[in-house]
Ligand binder design. Structure first.
Ligand code: BEZ
Length: 212
């Protein structure tokens, strides 16, 4: 499978998971989705990530984002591992983990980077919009656990910029000022954004977060 790029249609698949057979498109329905891979079951960093992810599920739900993890072990192994995750992370894993024993989905999504490891997936993240287009890809090495606050932050940006003619500046978080889209003239921006527009430079115009 070629690299999946932003704007591409997320490849559909049907696979076994910790919650039974899952078809990606049926599972997502009209929601946003986040698909994230884990190198293997019973590994320490992944254990912390999945525990953290399950504690963040309410926040993903609030944003209408369905969570879907993947690890290249079977469903029986996932079931045993989930018991450990729940115990040591004091949580309940509350979303499916794809059981990608044959690595079908891992190869489909280019999650195996042979120069990093021939057999295990890297830590990939795909954020998928309701129209099934890929809006964000991230790749972390096995040695670095992901920051789930950053994943929520980028979802806030993606959802805001999908609905308003703005972009979000460095380190932006929900509620902070945003950048007016370069395609909009300052005169039009002043009509469009009732909270006001500050022209810092002709190409850098700020406006309060329209959703805050
Ligand atoms: C981990 O999840 O801890 C891990 C997995 C594979 C390689 C290194 C660390």
């Amino acid at each position: 499978m070629a690299t999946i790029r932003l704007g591409d249609k997320a490849p559909d698949f049907t696979a076994d998971s910790s919650m039974g057979t899952i078809n990606l498109y049926d599972y997502l329905g009209d929601s946003w989705g986040i698909l994230f891979s884990h190198p293997a079951d019973f590994t320490p960093v992944c254990t912390t990530e999945l525990g953290t992810a399950s504690k963040f599920k309410d926040e993903f739900d609030k944003r209408n984002v369905k969570m879907l993890a993947l690890s290249v072990d079977g469903a029986a192994s996932h079931a045993e591992w989930i018991k450990d995750i729940n115990e040591v992370q004091n949580t309940t894993v509350n979303f499916p983990i794809i059981a990608d024993e044959d690595k079908k989905v891992s190869y489909l999504y280019d999650m195996i980077h042979p120069n990093a490891d021939n057999n295990l997936t890297v830590r990939s993240v795909f954020i998928i919009a309701p129209d099934k287009s890929v809006k964000l890809t991230l790749t972390y090495p096995a040695s670095t656990g992901r920051n789930f606050y950053e994943l929520l932050r980028v979802i806030d940006s993606l959802q805001l910029t999908a609905n308003h003619k703005v972009a979000t500046p460095a380190n932006w978080e929900h509620g902070k000022d945003v950048v007016v889209s370069p395609a909009i003239s300052t005169a039009d921006a002043k009509e469009m954004f009732s909270k006001g527009v500050t022209e810092v430079k002709p190409y850098l115009r700020m406006t309060p977060d329209p959703t805050a």
